[in-house]
Write a protein that binds this ligand. Structure first.
Ligand SMILES: Cc1ncc(C[n+]2csc(CCOP(=O)(O)OP(=O)(O)O)c2C)c(N)n1
Length: 310
């Protein structure tokens, strides 16, 4: 298998510019997530799920800036967009969530336990951060970068600060990405968070960056800059991205008011980036077809009865 086969969403048979491709990937993630919520409401899927509706641009912008042959990604409970932007394996992700043998890990762990090539996810808040330091340390000699995703609620975990300290002390090639959607499950950040997230990282000696945008090209430019600085021997970095969560925490557990949600919709990255393409409707239709076919493929795969391991 070549690296192109592994990671290239262009196997979908489209010839797109970079901007079109980034938009297309966001649209595909959006379609995946809305389909998944529909499946849950029909009781067609068991377990739980955490969609990344509203955060698609972060995932797509960052994965595009990585060298996926050597760089490592650690993702959290809200990982579908990160994974799809990493490799575009739609059917395998559906199948994983549905417990099917075709799943990324043979349907054994669901999306919170993905381990594929150099992409990992885990739902224990903060638990992935020390692991990210490990892969950063291991990859330093070959010029590899590790990216680890955090939600703002995860800044309440002490281990995150131990890791910021060690990353700076040992100058590890790691990019901490804070996807700050302003809410942890149903708790608004302002009820639990004091001070400034960037300042917390800087206090340990890390470089930091802040983005308050859903523009995918702007996010990609920042991601490329930060990742290449880290790769070329720069300090580890903490990137605070102000984001929006447009869906519930998992399924239906959203206590935010319709007014709050309407304000957040103004920052919907899929809508905001639509102008990057001439034919958004055509791409939307293409995404819908891909999702429909991938879902059918996942559904055709046998449920893993526990005998098949990844
Ligand atoms: C150690 C631990 N405690 C509690 C949970 C349950 N839990 C899952 S996600 C979540 C909120 C996470 O909020 P945040 O880090 O802001 O990420 P977001 O969900 O907003 O993306 C909680 C409390 C968990 N997964 N791990």
């Amino acid at each position: 298998m070549t690296s192109g086969d592994r990671f290239n969403a262009d196997h979908l048979g489209l010839s797109l510019t970079q901007a079109e491709r980034l938009y297309f990937q966001m649209r595909l993630i959006r379609e995946f997530e809305t389909t998944l919520l529909d499946l849950f409401s029909q009781n067609a899927v068991f377990g739980t799920t955490h969609t990344c509706l509203g955060q698609e641009a972060n995932a797509v912008a960052i994965m595009e800036a990585l060298d996926r042959n050597i760089d490592t990604v650690w993702s959290n409970h809200r990982c579908h967009g990160h994974f799809l932007a990493y490799c575009g394996k739609v059917a395998e992700l559906f199948a994983e969530i549905m417990g099917r043998e075709l799943g990324v890990c043979a349907g054994r762990g669901g999306s919170q336990h993905i381990c594929w090539h150099r992409f990992h996810s885990n739902g224990v808040q903060g638990g992935i951060v020390p692991l990210a330091l490990g892969t950063a340390m291991a990859g330093k000699a070959e010029g590899a970068v590790t990216v680890v995703f955090l939600g703002d609620g995860t800044l309440g975990q002490g281990v995150v600060y131990e890791c910021l300290n060690l990353a700076a002390l040992w100058q590890l090639p790691v990019l901490f990405v804070l996807e700050d959607n302003g809410v942890a499950q149903t708790t608004p950040s302002e009820l639990v968070f004091s001070g400034n997230a960037q300042a917390r990282a800087e206090a340990f000696g890390l470089e930091s960056a802040y983005s308050d945008t859903s523009e995918v090209m702007a996010l990609h430019a920042t991601a490329s800059d930060l990742i290449s600085r880290i790769r070329n021997g720069g300090s580890p970095c903490f990137w605070h991205i102000r984001s929006v969560r447009l869906g519930p925490h998992s399924k239906g557990d959203d206590t935010r008011s319709p007014e709050q949600m309407a304000a957040l919709q103004q920052r919907d990255p899929v809508r905001l980036n639509e102008r990057l393409v001439d034919t958004p409707l055509r791409l939307e239709q293409r995404c819908k077809t891909i999702i429909r076919e991938a879902l059918a493929q996942a559904e055709a795969s046998p449920v893993n009865d526990g005998s098949l391991t990844a």
